[in-house]
Design a protein around this ligand. Structure first.
Ligand code: S3P
Length: 450
């Protein structure tokens, strides 16, 4: 298990209207994949706009440990990759810290190599289920040499001489599982097929094509996507522009909606439809969000968002929308705490296996701050109090427990900006995994947070 810094509590207070222009850091999903695919492809990859959060840096370190050369020139990251099929055996365990995406995708990537690789992580990552990735890898012939109980880290993998191509129907809506199987397919002879009944973020498919992989996608009559990857092809380095992360933009966005008098612009936000479920939901709740300057950035749609304080109403968020806003439920729950009536979020079973059990963490934190809510097995209902009277007040011993989860910390700090009483979270360290600039950026907008 990796070393943990001592907890650093943080507090936020009711703030005057937020204002100004901000730029959120690069998208985490695309940043991880940029380091991985750039590290694997032959020749040079140049990345601008990369998220320099701890999670992504761990992926960079792992790729370096397997032979990629990674450095920075000015604002650009420059990578010389090994070439597909030519990763080296790492001499020490790969330490992924808090990062589920980095570790799960890399398990797929290296599982198909005839070498031994060990994966370790922090207390949160060591509790997360890895069987969802190990199961298809086992079907491809990968040996799980060691794993803690319940297929958890530390995990040691050893690939066979040649992995077998499989057809794998992903049993849960997970871009990580889809991606892990496709990445194993990169070093597998023949065609590896992933069937995805419910579409999840498509960054792996789009980016692999950009690097030159042969990949076909077909949607069947039931709406399932069949993704076929030709193994052992050539991948070639390229230039990548990483757009702003909609999952990070979600925090200033919700803050501006709930703090009276706010009017802000968030620039350069990724608008890929597999990622915009939160915006769809907030618009249904009556949010004032304008899309300015829509444009293409390196093959992805981006826009600047103008967000103004809004009187929100509760809505029902259907289970089908979950994959397109899976990381945004904690902060949506904060918006719901200020909405008129009830917001019902359905289909949340996957929230239980994120950096923390987010369904329970959100419900306990809301209760501790006077918000009326009900936690079900796979749903959350929040009954709001427009104006925020009586809300907040978690402090000292009763600070919100963040369970090493960056999004729980940021969500509750957003709640405190509009609640009557301050909100304290027990640890803000983990925010650096995905959004190191969060505190400074929020303060630049006028938020009382620190
Ligand atoms: C991610 C997929 C999602 C998401 C995570 C990033 C990715 O996880 O929660 O933050 O980059 O593929 P699941 O695949 O487990 O849903």
């Amino acid at each position: 298990m990796t070393h943990q810094a001592p907890p650093r509590p943080a507090v936020s207070r009711r703030s005057a209207g937020l204002s100004g222009h901000v730029r959120v850091p690069g998208d985490k999903s695309i940043s991880h994949r940029s380091f991985m695919f750039g590290g694997l492809a032959a020749g040079e990859t140049r990345i601008s706009g990369l998220l320099e959060g701890e999670d992504v840096m761990r992926t960079g370190e792992a790729m370096k440990a397997m032979g990629a050369v990674i450095g920075k020139e000015g604002d650009e990251w420059v990578i010389r990759g090994t070439g597909n099929g030519a990763l080296l055996e790492p001499i020490a365990p790969l330490d992924f810290g808090n990062a589920g995406t980095g570790s799960r995708l890399t398990m797929g990537l290296v599982g198909a190599y005839d070498m031994e690789t060990t994966f370790i992580g922090d207390a949160s990552l060591s509790k997360r289920p890895m069987g969802r990735v190990l199961d298809p890898l086992r079907q491809m012939g990968v040996q799980v040499v060691k794993a803690a109980e319940g297929d958890r880290m530390p995990i040691t993998l050893h690939g066979p001489k040649a992995t077998a191509p499989i057809v794998y129907r992903v049993p849960m809506a997970s871009a990580q599982v889809k991606s892990a199987v496709l990445l194993a397919g990169l070093n597998t002879p023949g065609v590896t097929t992933v069937v995805e009944p419910v579409m999840t973020r498509d960054h792996t498919e789009k980016m692999l094509r950009g690097f030159g992989a042969e990949l076909e996608i077909e949607t069947d009559q039931e709406g399932a996507r069949h993704i076929r990857l030709q193994g052992q092809g050539k991948l070639t380095g390229r230039a990548i522009v990483v757009p702003g992360d909609p999952s990070s933009a979600a925090f200033p966005l919700v803050a501006a909606l709930i703090v009276p008098g706010s009017d802000i612009i968030i620039e350069n936000v990724l608008m890929n439809p597999t990622r915009t479920g939160l915006i769809t939901t907030l618009l249904e709740m009556g949010a004032s969000i304008e899309f300015l300057n829509g444009r293409d950035a390196g093959g992805e749609d981006v826009a600047d968002l103008r967000v103004m304080h809004s009187e929100l109403r509760g809505v029902t968020v259907p289970a089908e929308r979950a994959p397109s806003m899976i990381d945004e439920y904690p902060v949506l729950a904060m918006a719901a705490a200020f909405a008129e009536g009830q917001t019902l979020m359905q289909g949340l079973d996957e929230l239980r296996v994120k950096e923390s059990d987010r369904l329970a963490a959100v419900a306990r934190g809301l209760e501790g701050n006077g918000v009326d809510c009900t936690e079900g097995k796979d749903f959350l209902a929040v009954r709001g109090r427009p104006g925020g009277k009586g809300l907040g007040g978690s402090g000292g011993e009763r600070a919100v427990a963040t369970h090493l989860d960056h999004r729980i910390a940021m969500s509750f700090l957003v709640l405190g900006l509009a609640a009557e009483k301050p909100v304290t979270v027990d640890d803000a360290n983990m925010i650096a995994t995905s959004f190191p600039e969060f505190m400074g950026l929020m303060r630049d907008l006028g938020a009382e947070i620190g």
